[in-house]
Write a protein that binds this ligand. Structure first.
Ligand code: ZN
Length: 408
């Protein structure tokens, strides 16, 4: 049921070397070869194409109120395509690599979601900016997506070494997620912007990052090996935007409920960026739980895990003790049938990705409430697989105290 983007695009696409996760992590210190959908030979210097272009400015401040994309100042020499139009000849250490990694990663994320959507994402800013500008580095401890651009700074790892965000796939995918949600769901007006929509935006962008990373073969293998098939156990998949082995920007498998974060009734103009990120966390947790349920369902259907084992692990996770629970039987099953677990995870990834993409396509950004989103997700899921998952989805949101009311 699941699909491989590398298999899709190996015959005619363009090769890049991408890090599946931050290169700070030992298992991801080397980038892997990835094929993206751009036809071989179609990409220009930068890299660039008709939808986006990468730039490494010299001495540029982050975009703010006083400066708008595109950047017109001095810049480093662009990355040039190699033999056959590929970019995998540009490796870490080459000054042009951050531009190549940023372009390839954003293209890869678009490939993932355009497959789920069944067509291209049209940038919401294309009325004034036909192409997305990718700024690989500015001296700043953040990254952001704005009108016509995405721009990366850097963050310190455990040892205080500054690591460029342009080499962090999670961060690039999260920012691409913001651009996609604005383009697919839309831009509210100041009058119709709700606090819930801001929280949803952050959560959806984290989900984009998590599902996109699961399209790297090495990442899927790593996640399953580390948790021995039990996704509730701490692993790279549920840590988003990792800066080191112990620090990440957010966790998908968190235990937060809506009552732990700022009220959705707070006026959107009064909510800080940090509060918005926290508000997205229970929602991300619910979506993560749904994916794990899809995964467990596939494992139980394949008879490698019993229903009772799946129920036991779920209960342990909800009590916040997944790490301490008896994982032995899961580990034994994984050791016997690793390929079945791999297929189950890829199936769960694509089941969730397909449902989220179709849900986003049907949502409006105006007067957004979580209840409307959940109702839409339930409708999409029912169209794809009947009522089989309905109660499970409702339970995942209910446990997070996320209301299914259509008015809040
Ligand atoms: Zn964000």
């Amino acid at each position: 049921m699941s699909f491989s983007l590398n298999d899709f695009y190996r015959p005619g696409g363009t090769r890049f070397r991408l890090y599946a996760q931050s290169p700070v992590l030992p298992d991801f210190s080397e980038p892997e070869i990835v094929w993206v959908s751009s036809p071989a030979g179609s990409l220009g210097p930068g890299p660039s194409d008709f939808r986006m272009f990468a730039v490494q400015p010299i001495d540029k401040k982050p975009y703010g109120d006083d400066a708008q994309s595109p950047y017109r100042g001095p810049r480093e020499a662009p990355a040039m395509p190699g033999h056959g139009g590929h970019f995998d000849h540009i490796a870490p250490g080459d000054p042009a690599y951050p531009c190549v990694h940023m372009f390839g990663s954003v293209r890869r994320v678009l490939d993932v979601w355009e497959t789920y959507l069944g067509g291209p994402v049209h940038w919401h800013f294309n009325i004034t900016h036909p192409r997305l500008e990718l700024i690989a580095h500015v001296p700043w401890d953040n990254a952001h997506f704005g009108w016509g651009f995405m721009e990366c700074g850097e963050g310190a790892d455990d040892k205080g070494v500054q690591r460029p965000f342009a080499l962090n796939f999670d961060i690039l995918a999260h920012e691409t997620g913001h651009g996609m949600i604005f383009s697919i769901v839309g831009m509210p007006t100041p009058e119709t912007l709700t606090t819930s929509y801001r929280g949803f935006h952050e959560s959806a962008s984290d989900c984009v990052a998590m599902i996109s990373a699961l399209h790297f073969d090495r990442f899927v293998d790593h996640v399953l090996r580390v948790c021995q098939g039990n996704l509730y156990v701490e692993n790279e998949m549920n840590r988003i935007g990792e800066l080191s082995k112990t620090r990440q920007i957010r966790k998908a498998s968190n235990a937060l409920k809506l009552s732990d974060v700022i009220s959705v009734d707070t006026p959107s103009k009064d909510v800080t960026g940090k509060q918005v990120h926290q508000l997205g966390q229970p929602h991300t947790g619910a979506i993560f739980d749904i994916m794990v349920e899809f995964y467990l369902d596939r494992l139980v259907s394949s008879r490698v895990v019993s229903r009772e084992m799946a129920d036991h692990q779920r209960e342990a996770a909800r009590q916040g003790r997944a790490d301490k629970a008896d994982c032995g039987r899961f580990a034994d099953a994984f050791a016997r049938e690793p390929e079945v677990f791999r297929h189950a995870l890829c199936d769960a990834r694509d089941m969730l990705g397909l449902r989220l993409a179709e849900t986003w396509r049907r949502l409006t950004p105006h007067d957004f409430v979580f209840g409307k989103e959940i109702a839409t997700l339930l409708k999409v899921d029912a169209e794809l697989s009947g009522n089989r998952h309905r109660q499970m989805i409702l339970d995942c949101f209910e446990w997070r105290e996320i209301s299914i009311s259509l008015s809040r």
